[in-house]
Every structure is written in C-alpha cells, then in structure tokens.
Write a protein that binds this ligand. Structure first.
Ligand code: PBG
Length: 326
C-alpha cells in the first residue's frame, strides 16, 4: 500500500504515540562511567580537554562513585595513573598498585551495589606509553601477554567484577581466561576490547591517563579504521578464546561495525563512546553551536540502535540525570 493510503506521519502526531512506537530506549542499566584514579588524597586534577572529568585520588573517587549511584549509574570502568612507571607495566600488577587499591576502597564502601570493570592495559604504566613490552622498536605480543595476565589476576584479586583487556594483543583473552581459572576466578567475566581501532578519537584520553606513546603510534596493534571484515575475525577469535562480552571502540564512527557484530554473533556487545566523541560535543556546546543535551541523547540512542547492549560513556551521569527527569 502506498501514498495516499499509507501516511507514515500519522504515527508521529504526538509524543505519546511517538514514544509508544519507539524502537530504541536507553536505561541507566546500559551505562558504564569511566573514571581516572591517581595517587594522593583530596586530589582533583581537572582534565582540560574533557570538561567535567578529573583525575581523582581514591577518597574523591569513592565519593564520585556515590554520586553516580545516587543517579542510578551502577557501573564504573577504572583507569589508573600510577606514582611511577616502568618498562613493562609491572607497576600495575601489585597488591598495592593504584587501581587495585581503588577497587578495594570502592568495594569496602559500596560492596556489590556497584559493578567495577577494570581496564587491563600497559600504556598508562609504561615509560614509553605503549601498550606492551618493547622489543626492537615494536610491542612484542607474547611477552606482553605475561604482564597482561599478571595485571588481570591482581585486579580480580582486588575485587574487580569484570576484566576488560584493551591492549589488542593476539591471544590475550585466552591467556587471561587461563590465569583467572587457575586461581579461582572462573566466575569473573572478560569484556574484551575486541574491535579496537587505531583512532584519533583517543586524543583527550591520553591527556587524562597520561598514556600517549613517546614514539610512533599504535597502528601495529590496534585496527585499521578502514576494515570491517577484520573486526569480525577479531571478535570471532575473542569469543573462541572465552570473551563473555565483546566491545567495539570507538562508537560513533563505527556504528556499522556494531550493527554487523549484532547481526553476526549472539553475544552481549559493549560500545565505547570515547574521549574525542565526548570532547567534540562539549566543545561545540561551549561555543553555543549545538544543543548539548539533545545531541548527547541522540548519540547514545544511535549507539543503542546500532546494536550495543552496554555503552561506556563519559556522559553516563548526565544521561542518567536526563532519564531521571523524564
Ligand atoms: C588503553 C585505552 C585507551 C582508551 C581506553 N583504553 C587509549 C588508547 O588505546 O590509546 C581510550 C579511551 C578514550 O579515548 O576514551 N589502551
């Protein structure tokens, strides 16, 4: 049936009708808020390129978790800024490493009210800023697996609810699954950054996490933004190695990858709306060029519509506030 019998505008007549036939909805349950933890007490170092976000010492981090819980955001993703760095990222593998201490403090205060996802990578912890151990000017895959596994186990022991490797080494999900299982953490899920692209959108994060590579770039381990078939191979391998949740990152320029993942695999999908996506909106809004709240909700809706079940976003608290108002 076509026009004039069919008129799609009929169902757009008023908000009740529009909401009734809405195909996509956002819930606070979908959201994960990334947070940056640094040494010290009462430290709040604002991240200039990410307005509203700061490096927080553990005491203030715990307070921030309380504020997130108060608006209904029940999950956080932790990144650490260590006291000192080393060649291989060993500083991130100890009982008293920064994120491990933060996890214990948050759990002590909030227990299972909050879900803690621990990012696993070496770039915040190495002097050179690369995601692994350098041999002959490049990251050595298999040597890096050793520190990643060690870091993962230590984070699980500290109380992390989910382990999320973001390094893009081959075989890391398998290695992490093995070490977790061997040490009594067979119930700890792995959220793998499976299709993680070598993206310019990570710029502000590298200021936040002090993790910019000192030489070269990450193109020898992160994916080429031109590739989609390869993303399906990465995801298939991670699922095969034991990933419980797969991730596509960044989100906004990679909605096609999210959709293709949804159509190809039957597994929960996380999408990471990264720092650059956040900062662009904040900058344009600060200039009065866009309606920030409207754009924020439109972006999050598009990521969900593309097929993401879980969305990691620096807007998590602001989105929750909008949802609570409605
Ligand atoms: C660590 C890591 C990065 C991000 C998350 N984990 C940076 C990178 O790969 O350089 C980026 C997150 C963001 O931009 O918000 N490997």
């Amino acid at each position: 049936m076509s026009f004039p019998v069919t008129r799609l505008r009929r169902l757009r007549k008023n908000p009740i009708l529009r909401n009734m036939i809405s195909e996509t909805s956002i819930s606070v349950n979908d959201l994960i808020m990334p947070l940056f933890v640094c040494p010290g007490t009462n430290v709040n170092n604002p991240i200039s390129s990410m307005p509203g976000n700061s490096q927080l010492s553990i005491d203030l981090l715990v307070e921030e978790c309380g504020k997130l819980l108060a608006v209904g955001v029940k999950s956080v993703l932790l990144f650490g800024i260590p006291e000192s760095k080393d060649e291989t990222g060993e500083v991130a593998c100890g009982h008293n490493s920064i994120v491990q201490k933060a996890i214990r403090a948050i759990k002590e205060r909030f227990g299972d009210e909050i879900l803690i996802v621990a990012d696993v990578c070496n770039c915040e912890y190495t002097t050179h800023g690369h995601c692994g151990t350098i041999v002959d000017g490049d990251v050595d895959n298999d040597l890096t697996l050793v520190t990643l596994a060690k870091q993962s186990l230590s984070l699980a022991q500290a109380g992390a609810d989910i382990i999320a490797p973001s390094d893009m080494m081959d075989g890391r999900v398998k290695k992490i699954r093995e070490i977790l299982d061997e040490n009594g953490f067979s119930h700890t899920p792995i959220m793998a950054y499976s299709a993680k692209y070598a993206s310019g959108f990570y710029g502000p994060f590298r200021e936040a996490a002090e993790s910019a590579p000192k030489f070269g770039d990450r193109r020898s381990y992160q994916m080429n933004p031109a590739n989609s078939d390869e993303a399906m191979r990465e995801i298939a391998l991670d699922i095969d190695e034991g990933a419980d949740i797969v991730m596509v990152k960044p989100a906004m320029s990679y909605l096609d990858i999210i959709r293709r993942t949804k159509d190809t695999f039957n597994i929960p999908i996380a999408a990471y709306s990264v720092s650059g996506e956040f900062s662009m909106v904040k900058a344009a809004a600060a200039n009065g060029w866009i309606d920030e709240e409207r754009i924020m909700m439109e972006i999050i809706t598009s990521i969900k519509r593309a097929g993401a079940d879980i969305i990691i976003t620096y807007f998590a608290k602001e989105i929750a506030e909008v949802l609570n108002r409605k």
